[in-house]
Design a protein around this ligand. Structure first.
Ligand SMILES: Cc1ncc(COP(=O)(O)O)c(C=O)c1O
Length: 348
């Protein structure tokens, strides 16, 4: 398959001269210089200087962890910003179209609406796998990008790798694989296949397994060419100083997070079994993520009863294929006990 990135990018991005900040023009930061180039307040308080627009230190550490080049990474204010940048780089408003596969993460639809991009849907099959036949049928000359989420939110399962590979090979547009929950699964990240697929963009986040949802740090992994195009349109200082510093601190102790992931996986399996013994639970879907999708007899009623018991879960009943489904995030062992106790105390 021949691949021409410039023919996929919006014309304005190809020709765009990005804003160059003071720190882009002179990126050495040492005490031997006096910095009078960025109109900052010169009196130090830890945040008086603009942050590194390219987050070099952070990318160095992330590149090692993710086993890709630092120049294959772009960081966003959460992966929601990464996804928005993909829209803004590739999808021409009122002209291009994207494809998603419901039930899936709600932001793809919202971002399509914000960016005025027609959204086409190819529902997942009964096992929440990609309906490949319908997907290929739905692709048309205007389809610029296909968004898939694996492991998928809210279903929790990963898609068949063969299906994803077939799609990457056959589709000439951009394939975005949202791997927000990959650290809870045994699947290989598609980031390991970037050399095989120049049309691939992988989105990761520090919000889930790495416990930094409050910092807002999303990671886009793609070819150097795609990253350099996205860099042209990102806001110059999109990752603030405190986020960069704190993320570096937390990543230095990422062993702790991996231990927490082990506990959460153990808890996921305990929770799944216990949920199956609750009278009004009809089905617990298998999960590769840090949550369980659970079909109950009446989701609205059970949701309110849980709130009364002090447990807040997500009612996903209105999502395609999720009638009467609640989504339970796996909590600490104590929190999960409280969930099971509360469910057990609810009358049938
Ligand atoms: C599939 C998926 N992608 C992305 C996100 C957003 O991640 P972030 O916190 O990095 O914006 C979420 C959050 O729930 C998600 O479920």
């Amino acid at each position: 398959m021949s691949f021409d990135l410039n023919s996929l990018l919006r014309t304005y991005v190809v020709g765009l001269q990005p804003y160059t900040s003071a720190r882009d023009e002179f990126d050495t930061q040492t005490e031997s210089y006096v910095y009078l180039d960025a109109n900052e307040n010169p009196y130090p308080n830890g945040v008086n200087r603009y942050p590194d627009p390219q987050q070099k230190e952070l990318k160095k550490i992330l590149a090692q962890k993710l086993e890709v080049g630092a120049d294959q990474l772009l960081l966003g204010n959460g992966s929601d910003e990464v996804l928005d940048l993909v829209f803004r780089a590739f999808c021409e408003p009122n002209q291009d179209e994207i494809l998603i596969m419901p039930p899936t993460y709600g932001m793809y639809k919202v971002l399509a609406e914000i960016n005025q991009i027609t959204l086409n849907k190819v529902p997942l099959d009964i096992d929440f796998q990609i309906d490949m036949k319908s997907l290929f049928k739905a692709i048309n000359p205007k389809t610029k990008a296909i968004f898939l989420c694996s492991p998928n939110n809210p279903s929790g399962n990963s898609f068949q790798p063969n299906d994803i590979e077939d799609l990457l090979k056959a589709f000439n547009g951009i394939v975005v694989i949202d791997e927000a929950y990959i650290d809870f699964s045994e699947q290989n990240s598609w980031a390991t296949r970037l050399d095989d697929f120049p049309n691939l963009i992988v989105s990761r986040t520090l919000s889930k397994a790495y416990g930094m949802a409050g910092l807002r740090l999303g990671i886009c992994i793609a070819s150097r060419e795609i990253i350099s195009a996205l860099n042209k349109i990102k806001p110059p200082y999109n990752i603030n100083t405190l986020t960069q510093e704190r993320a570096l601190e937390e990543l230095a102790q990422s062993d702790n997070y991996m231990k927490q992931v082990d506990i959460l996986l153990e808890e996921r399996s305990i929770l799944s079994k216990k949920l199956q013994s609750i009278g009004f639970v009809e089905y617990v879907y298998p999960s590769d993520a840090n949550f369980l999708l659970v079909r109950v007899d009446n989701a609205d009623v059970r949701y309110s009863q849980l709130i009364q018991a002090g447990v807040v879960v997500r009612n996903r009943s209105k999502e395609y294929g999720c009638v009467n489904c609640l989504r339970f995030t796996v909590g600490t062992p104590e929190e999960n006990k409280k969930l099971i106790q509360s469910l057990s105390n609810i009358d049938l």
